[in-house]
Design a protein around this ligand. Sequence first.
Ligand SMILES: *Cc1c(COP(=O)(O)O)cnc(C)c1O
Length: 347
Amino acid sequence: MMIDLVSDTTTLPSQAMLETIFHAQLGDAGRLDANGRGEDVTTNRLEDLAASVTGKEAAIFCPTGTIANNCAILARCSPGSTILLEKRQHILEVEKICFQQDGFRMIPALYSLDQNGDPDLSEIKKQLETKPVQMVCIENTHNFSGGKCMSISAMKQIKGLCAQRGIPIHLDGARLFNAAEALGVSPKAITEHCDSVMFCISKGLGAPIGSLLCGSAAFISKAREWRKLLGGTMRQSGIAAACGIYALENNAARLAEDRENAQYLAKRLHGLKALRADLQPQSNILLLDLSRAGITGEQFNALLNQKGIRGYILSATEFRLVFHLGITREDAAYVAEQILAIDQTLL
Ligand SMILES: *Cc1c(COP(=O)(O)O)cnc(C)c1O
């Protein structure tokens, strides 16, 4: 069987999670009642749970994180709006549509992150002072920097800078629960520093489908309209929401294991000669640097595949390994041995 470290999106629902579907009360989530809530009771339960864990007034269930992030942006901005974000954020690098000329033609203003995943606050301040920024987007944990966690103090300072100017902050918290675990705080201690947050249940939490967008009641009601226009309003979404409720109630508590496995692998890789590893992964992602190893990501992945391991080619020089509930400590030990063995054959 493949040890699949390509992403935490590869997690499969457990039997116990799937069984919650049989008992889920369902309705048409796209048909709203007098209170503006959909008719699917199970989806409403998940939305209420999400609002409660993030400390926000309301939430909507979306098919993907991409739709949820874009609903958040479109609820606040329009073509021509300037959005401050970091250049390797998922919203900019992968989702793109808000910034494309054949999309919503918004304008990115950029800030950078240091090696620890914390933002350059002086850059943020300068951008806020010189550009008509309408919204700030942050990402925690930060996927493409290898699951780095933005500190609570940095988020607090960003919030301070934005609050003075009345600028809303959206958190792309695809891995919010991994960030909370790594920082040793509750999700709320993170989300209190943003106005809206998206988190995925389809990643480390192990549900098959979906993401939640949380924020004020007024914001969520606008986002709900955008969800409809973007085709993100599902019908008997309680089938997926039931798994999400199970994920929040049962799988959030085990995320430390994934971080510990990533850190265990990093420790085992201290002796690498040609490859280099991020020796201090902060959450469930470990990045390898191939730049001095004389090997392409494709070649390295092919060598791993021969040993029953799969990872993700992040860029020409970066290779990503993601830990999740399908990966045991024994798997991590085997992966360490195989990477060390491959490393010996390089250079
Ligand atoms: C996965 C991810 C998303 C988008 O989620 P999808 O459900 O794949 O659309 C957004 N932001 C980050 C940081 C992610 O890792």
